[in-house]
Design a protein around this ligand. Structure first.
Ligand code: CU
Length: 483
């Protein structure tokens, strides 16, 4: 079904034909249709980078409502081919929701699919019953509303399903969208903030397609469930290597690793040095310069690339682990407004590990062939941890396996205070508020965590889990309540 990179018997036959090894005269019969993969040469749809619609809520009785429909759709990844997808008021992915700190919102998700799903606000600091986990399913035909006052600083979050055992396939079909939170502090900074012009959302993913390209092919083998379901088509905002026509000025990209289980090692083909200004849940205190950015699934990074004086140049956003291109950037337009990233971006709370009143260990490991945390498989009826409201804690997370994982905590953000036994190993670009931390094989991180504002009970617990969706769906998740 999938187009693999390894050679199968049928593709050996095809190679013979293409290379003329079959004894023919090297005629033009190779690509003319038929065969096992008739559409292997299906051209990708060429075009500019799709920019998801940016929406603000509609005020009703003092609350800003975002009315969103989760639908079945058809999306054109390949020229002239309609691929069946899921989407939110779109044909793939969903609109970008613009929220303001302090705003009262109601995100109303109507499920027009033929199966149950959920919608979780990743990175959102909200009450447990508004978290959109498997405990808040949206029945077929029903509408579920996440209602809360936005109470967190500016950052780039996202929304996606969180259905028990089905998060991975639901996201794979196209259910994800960005959330931009703004506050007064970020508005006072001279950052690129013209959405779609110099402030660009980038949802990066990889996918397999069925041979005829009419379906997204989610059929991981046991090995792929474990080692990563890395597709052979890399997409940005649902498009295959689209182009972005940039102004010759600072361009901000809000990069989301929206893949199921692929770690991206990102850089530009011209090796241009860029600045990371924000991580998952906040700006960094000051910009961090880099030419490569590693993002694990679920992580976000806001980066600024200075294209001043680059008019006429063309380069790509490249993924170096898998040698794939996400996006081609042409610096073709004159700047219509200039910005200047300041050297100081935000004042974050000081990190003080001595405030911690307890340490809570978490081990990511395989137990009896199942992905577990602390040797327990996810069980919706079991509360793994009870966390007192307001206590500062150290969550000590150890990857006991040789493979990559990461660790995501709902409800709050954390600070990475130690990596592999030393604060000095904490990377400069993971020193902001984060909600996902990447652990390569056998790594260990210590996180400073505090639950604030909302208590929960067992009817609506929060979760912590590996954000490699195949791992999450197969046990590597736990539940906590705040008391
Ligand atoms: Cu994992």
């Amino acid at each position: 079904m999938k187009r693999r990179t390894f050679i199968t018997m049928s593709s050996i036959t095809a190679l013979w034909v293409l290379t003329g090894c079959g004894g023919g005269s090297g005629g033009d019969n190779g690509m003319s249709g038929g065969g096992d993969n008739p559409s292997d040469d299906t051209p990708v749809k060429k075009g500019t980078l799709p920019i998801p619609e940016l929406i603000k809520g509609t005020e009703r009785s003092g609350v800003n409502h975002y009315d969103l429909n989760i639908v079945e759709a058809e999306h054109e990844f390949f020229e002239g081919v309609k691929t069946n997808t899921y989407a939110i008021d779109s044909t793939y992915l969903g609109p970008t929701l613009l929220l303001e700190n302090g705003e009262d919102v109601s995100l109303n998700f109507s499920n027009r699919l033929q199966e149950e799903t959920t919608m979780h606000g990743h990175g959102m600091h909200v009450p447990g019953n508004m978290d959109g986990t498997a405990h808040q399913p949206i029945a077929v035909g029903a509408t579920w509303s996440a209602q809360y006052s936005v109470d967190q600083n500016a950052c780039t979050n996202w929304y996606h399903p969180h259905y028990m055992h089905k998060t991975a396939p639901h996201v794979y079909q196209g259910l994800a969208g960005m959330i931009i939170i703004e506050d007064d502090e970020i508005k006072a900074l001279d950052l690129p903030n013209r959405y779609g012009i110099d402030d660009i959302p980038l949802v990066l993913q990889d996918r397999f397609f069925s041979a005829d390209k009419t379906r997204l092919d989610y059929s991981p083998s046991t090995m792929e469930l474990r080692m990563g379901y890395v597709g052979n088509v890399f997409i940005a905002n649902g498009a295959i290597n689209p182009t972005f026509e940039a102004e010759d000025k600072e361009i901000r990209f809000r990069v989301l690793n929206g893949s199921n289980s692929t770690v991206y090692d990102l850089g530009f083909s011209n090796d241009i040095v860029f600045k990371q200004i924000g991580g998952d849940n906040s700006l960094l205190e000051s910009p961090v310069s880099m030419s490569r950015l590693v993002l694990s699934p679920g992580e976000r990074a806001e980066i600024v690339v200075d294209l001043t004086d680059e008019k006429g140049s063309s380069f790509t956003l490249h993924e170096y682990r898998n040698d794939q291109t996400f996006l081609t950037i042409n610096v073709s337009n004159d700047a219509t407004e200039f910005t200047a990233v300041p050297s100081t971006l935000a004042a974050l709370e000081p990190v003080d590990a001595s405030l911690a009143v307890r340490t809570r260990p978490f081990t990511l490991e395989m137990t009896g062939g199942i992905f577990t945390i602390n040797r327990r498989e996810m069980d919706m009826m079991f509360i793994n941890e009870t966390v007192p409201l307001g206590d500062v804690e150290i969550w000590d997370v150890t990857n006991k396996m040789g493979m990559d994982h990461n660790f995501h905590i709902h409800a709050t953000h954390f600070r990475v205070i130690e990596r592999n036994g030393s604060a000095a190993n904490v990377r400069n670009n993971e020193k902001g508020y984060k909600d996902v931390v990447y652990l390569q094989g056998n790594e260990r991180v210590k996180l400073l965590v505090k639950m604030t504002d909302y208590t929960t009970d067992a009817s609506a617990p929060y979760m912590y889990h590996c954000h490699f969706l195949e791992h999450e769906d197969n046990g590597m998740m736990g539940q906590f309540i705040v008391v």
